[in-house]
Design a binder for this molecule. Structure first.
Ligand SMILES: [Zn+2]
Length: 81
């Protein structure tokens, strides 16, 4: 079964449009199969190793590297000694 369809069904039953922790736990970056991190506003999912941001549209993550946005490492939270 198409996993995107499963998410859509899951979301419609839950009645919210944000990616839940449960959903996040089953999501993986299509490029590296690594874990994804949800952004504060829930509108995108980040893959840190790939520096890619996957957009979430209507609660459905767009897990296409072609559609992902490259994020710049701005060094936030990374303190030099
Ligand atoms: Zn990745």
């Amino acid at each position: 079964m198409d996993i995107v369809a499963e998410w859509a069904d899951f979301i419609s039953k839950k009645g919210y449009g944000m990616i839940s922790d449960e959903q996040l736990s089953i999501l993986a970056c299509p490029a590296c199969l690594g874990e994804l991190v949800r952004t504060d506003n829930g509108n995108s999912l980040l893959c840190i190793p790939c520096s890619l941001s996957y957009q979430v549209k209507d609660g459905i993550p767009v897990m296409l590297p072609d559609q992902a946005v490259t994020i710049q490492d701005q060094g936030s939270g990374d303190k030099n000694c």
